[in-house]
Write a protein that binds this ligand. Structure first.
Ligand code: NDP
Length: 299
């Protein structure tokens, strides 16, 4: 099997380069090989490699910047994705793609199912939804994984920010009225490997579709911050801020350019049932990542 990964230097792309190795030959590209703001360059790169599976982890992920740069975000998150779907369709290849809880408006408190109506609140969500729709409109075999609140031991993410700020400040104020689940890039990559194996060996496109892929359980940003600091202290980090000094605040007290959904919970029953993936509790991978970050900073 020949696999082509886009977005190799991002949080998920980096982990995919490790996780997909057992499946076959892996070719991994970044923006210098194919610029997603130029969809033709993406099509050319994909055609030149000639893969059996395309895994797209490249995306315009600057949620707030997208509010004033929606045209570029649309090229990256939708138009280039349309080109990948066309290449996959022509080749009979699978396309694996990632989307987001931000396609939902966040109303209510029930975890979102794949069949629920998408209604993005912000520009990023609109462009990601357009990417999903471009794939669905093509006839390519696809796995679209909607995930939420991704973090890793590298890259820009909430967990790393909390550890840094807890070393610099005396106390922290963190949003407590947006609910969801943090997802480790490591878990996403490992689950993607299992899903590709299952889909590829199924032969046809019976498993083709959209899946919610995230850990089980849920929390809020304040909950992640407190758990991160607790786990860090447990493995010897010296931090100024203890969990007790993290104050819960409302999203209204921390205004950002892009509105975020209040309810980002994702129902993962479908991915577990159809693709045979077990989604662990969110604390399992957080503990590993925090330990890796603390040991790395002590080394
Ligand atoms: P990152 O921001 O860590 O990585 C994004 C990757 O896309 C980087 O490798 C980046 O390259 C690349 N990229 C950005 N712009 C371009 C461009 N114009 N041309 C080519 N490559 C480009 O994202 P994640 O790994 O966190 O996200 C992976 C997927 O998961 C995305 O589809 C995202 O929408 C989705 N997702 C992410 C969530 C999150 O909280 N981060 C939540 C839910 C879903 P470079 O580094 O060179 O800029």
């Amino acid at each position: 099997m020949k696999l082509l990964i886009f977005g190799k230097s991002g949080q998920v792309g980096w982990e995919l380069q490790r996780a997909l190795q057992p499946l076959g030959e892996v070719v991994a590209l970044d923006a210098s090989d194919a610029d997603f703001a130029d969809p033709r360059s993406v099509r050319s790169a994909a055609e030149a490699v000639g893969p059996d599976v395309i895994v797209n982890a490249a995306a315009y992920t600057a949620v707030d910047r997208a509010e004033t740069d929606e045209a570029t975000a649309m090229l990256v998150n939708a138009e280039s994705v349309r080109e990948l779907a066309a290449v996959a369709e022509r080749r009979g290849a699978w396309l694996v793609h990632y989307s987001t809880d931000y396609v939902f408006d966040g109303k209510g408190s029930v975890p979102w199912c794949e069949t629920d109506t998408a209604a993005p609140l912000n520009a990023y969500g609109r462009t990601k939804l357009a990417g999903e729709q471009a794939i669905a409109a093509s006839a390519c075999k696809h796995l679209v994984f909607r995930s939420s609140w991704v973090y890793a031991a590298r890259g820009q993410n909430f967990v790393r920010t909390m550890l840094r700020l807890a070393g610099e400040r005396q106390d922290l104020r963190v949003i407590a009225d947006q609910h969801g689940v943090p997802t480790s890039a490591e878990f996403l990559a490992d689950a993607t490997c299992l899903a590709i194996l299952r889909a590829h060996s199924s032969g046809g496109d019976g498993l083709s579709g959209t899946y919610h892929l995230a850990p089980r359980g849920h929390t809020c940003w304040h909950g992640i911050a407190c758990e991160t600091l607790r786990l860090a202290a447990a493995v010897g980090a010296t931090l100024r801020v203890t969990p007790e000094r993290v104050a819960p605040i409302g999203a209204a007290d921390y205004p950002l350019p892009a509105p975020r959904p209040s309810n980002s919970r994702l129902n993962v029953d479908r991915v577990e049932a159809l693709l045979g993936i077990r989604c662990p509790d969110w604390r399992v991978h957080l503990e590993r990542t925090v330990a890796e970050l603390v040991r790395g900073s002590n080394a």
